[in-house]
Ligand binder design. Sequence first.
Ligand SMILES: O=c1[nH]cnc2c1ncn2[C@@H]1O[C@H](CO)[C@@H](O)[C@H]1O
Ligand SMILES: [Zn+2]
Length: 385
Amino acid sequence: MTSQSTANTPTPDQIRRAPKVLLHDHLDGGLRPATVVDLARASGYPHLPDTDPDKLGLWFREAADSGSLERYLETFSHTVGVMQTRDALVRVARECAEDLAADGVVYAEVRYAPEQHLEGGLGLEEVVDAVNEGFREGERLAREAGHRIRVGALLTAMRHAARSLEIAELANRHRDLGVVGFDIAGAEAGFPPTRHLDAFEYLKRENNHFTIHAGEAFGLPSIWQALQWCGADRLGHGVRIIDDIEVAADGGVTLGRLASYVRDKRVPLELCPSSNLQTGAAASYAEHPIGLLRRLHFRATVNTDNRLMSGTSMSREFAHLVDAFGYTLDDMQWFSVNAMKSAFIPFDERLAMINDVVKPGYAELKSEWLFQRTASTSGSAESAG
Ligand SMILES: O=c1[nH]cnc2c1ncn2[C@@H]1O[C@H](CO)[C@@H](O)[C@H]1O
Ligand SMILES: [Zn+2]
């Protein structure tokens, strides 16, 4: 009865233990509800919609379930509101690393916008130092709990604001000091990436890396600008590339020039299924473009975006995809290797993560079925032999 193909369909426990790689996760979108409540109490933040952690968690999920990116983003005022002191930033970053590690994430790039954490009097440098300290503490605590994780920071500039060059310079100064790259985020419609061209050109001159939120709430022009004007290394979401792919009634697929470019150049897509359902970028998991993009061998990756607002984790994202598309451990490995290839750390480290951590982890899981014969199946196997 036990065949390799059925054994390759991961169980919830295997999904959690599988080594996962996360490239798109917002620090201010991943707080534990109880931590939001604690920090609000400690700092006297008066605006929380609820002070019961369970109800607050539910409030975030429901408020973010709005069908529009703009309304989804309004929920961040409460998380950003309680992340204005050094202690709060260290704690949130520490818990982020611990939570990801406990969920089986072995490598993560976590982003946040330093310019949003200055209201309590911190300077930009102090914000970055506090978050880095939290990540290092979280890595250490995770190790003590038996998990291995590496966390790098991406510094985000808000696309409606005008501090992107300053934040890009901040990212460059903290290069090799815990910050692995740069990003822009926030409302997409009306704020094209070309507004921040000087920041991107600066980073290119410095041989540094950046990703751009593009093709989430706005379509192909945003993706095209991010790649061809700004020179993004990766696309945050990029899910609307589907608008440049035609599927005929007979199943034949035609790629437009931009979709071809994205696939040919192996441009990494930081896809975030649950987040897309909430902002209206996709209707259901089964209809999410990730299914087609994976079949067409785009450089697709699976990400959480905002664990608090979506009530999600990497394991939950994969569980939904396993359910919707019948993905196996091999598919999970493919996404994880894709993500690791696309990370912003040096090539030799990415290669070692793939060969020494990711692949052995999946090999271990994929071989479990060999050792799990029950009395009855081993009996029938013997009699069959
Ligand atoms: O999916 C998204 N699209 C665009 N912007 C986002 C998304 N999720 C979060 N942020 C924005 O990024 C900031 C820094 O982390 C958050 O405060 C939020 O405003
Ligand atoms: Zn995002």
